[in-house]
Design a protein around this ligand. Sequence first.
Ligand code: SAH
Length: 466
Amino acid sequence: MQKNRKKQGKQHLRSEGGKKGMKEQVELTCVAMNEEGRGIAKHSGSDVIIQGMITGEVAIVELTRRRGFYTGKIVKLLSKSKDRVQPPCPYYEACGGCQLQHLSYEGQALYKHDFVSKLMTKYGYTEPILKMETPFAYRNKCQAAFGEDKRGNIISGIYQEYSHRLVSIERCLIQDPQADAIINTIRGLMPSFKMRAYNEDFGKGFLRHVLVRKGFASGEIMVVMVVTEHKFQFKNHFIEALLKVHPEITTVVMNINDRDTNMVLGNAEKVLYGKGFIKDTLCGIEFTLSPRSFYQINPAQTARLYQRAIEMAALTGKETVIDAYSGIGTISLSLAKKAKQVIGVELNKDAVKDAINNAKNNKINNVRFVQGDAGAFMVKMADHNEKVDVVFMDPPRGGSDERFLASVAKLKPEKIVYISCNPVTQKRDLEYLIGRGYKVEEIQPVDMFPHTFHVETVVKLQRQNP
Ligand code: SAH
């Protein structure tokens, strides 16, 4: 039987069902993992994408054919990778927020490193990925959706990936434990305050989400209760009861979201306790964080990422630096001391406001922030023949646009430090810059989000042509 199986390669083991929803079981070998950490195997000349399968593993897989491509589910593993572990989280499969918990942390690091290294191979050596020492409880921003189960009990947790099913979660291993404890306390207090959880189907109920934000350096904690209406019954008693259990909370904000939307936060806000914001320190700079401020969620790794990026720029103190896609100014302010002047460009108005305040509060005078599209701003700079020595860029997952890249090429900075949360779009943009006289000199992956497929990469480009 074994010999026969080997000979046939992918053996058909079982077929069932009618024409519609035909399921087949076949034996497949995982030949690689895709950018979302899913296994890839070959069947009848097509790729089969299999969640939870590791390169080199052999398994009996149940196939589903959808719109011309296959997805597969492991029925039985026939040979296991040495990197396979029992996922430490009991909700791992139901939740979907993490995708790599079936891999040891070493195995995850290897997968991420290999993924970047293969993608970037033509540009040279990829440095070993910067791993976390303790890859758990790293998230400083924790969020739980509230709802009811079939019996009407209040539950809190995470919406299953690609679905409207709320998975009840007591403890998420990548979130801060104090944040989980606060969320659980709120859930426990609700019945005695007659507070109902929001019901998505009927659009009824009060509490939709709880967001907990913690300054890991400062210890300050902000709780945001996202509710459906301004009227918060027994508000003072509720806050009092919450603070009694969690005196560590420094501020509580009520956010009103009465729309039928997937967005967590609504537009109206009311501070219920404390100042309405928290402070935190990153790379020696103090930042003020309000409920909506964009702030990297893994501060320990963010500090390493920024240090590495700033190191790549080898600043002497004489440079004019642009920090494009600057958020609340974290990169601009972290490198300000090392440059002559820094200009941060950011589209989001609130983030720019935060950035200006952060510069002021830290008494940093050689940085200015511009609100607008980074591409449009760069075109203006290029049209005015402004001199720029170094460009830092940290665009969203989709990468940069041609307008931005074309004006960078026109501005001709000596160095470009490109930070990306999506190496695939980063590579596309690197191709463009290489075609305009730049050379990749350093490639550094950083593990900002252990147990998920996400990988951050910093690439240094140096101008070649005079
Ligand atoms: N560098 C920051 C933020 C990176 S996230 C940090 O490390 O914290 C990417 C940022 O790009 C977001 O703040 C987003 O609002 C901003 N952004 C998106 N499109 C933009 C555009 N076209 N021009 C300028 N900023 C943009």
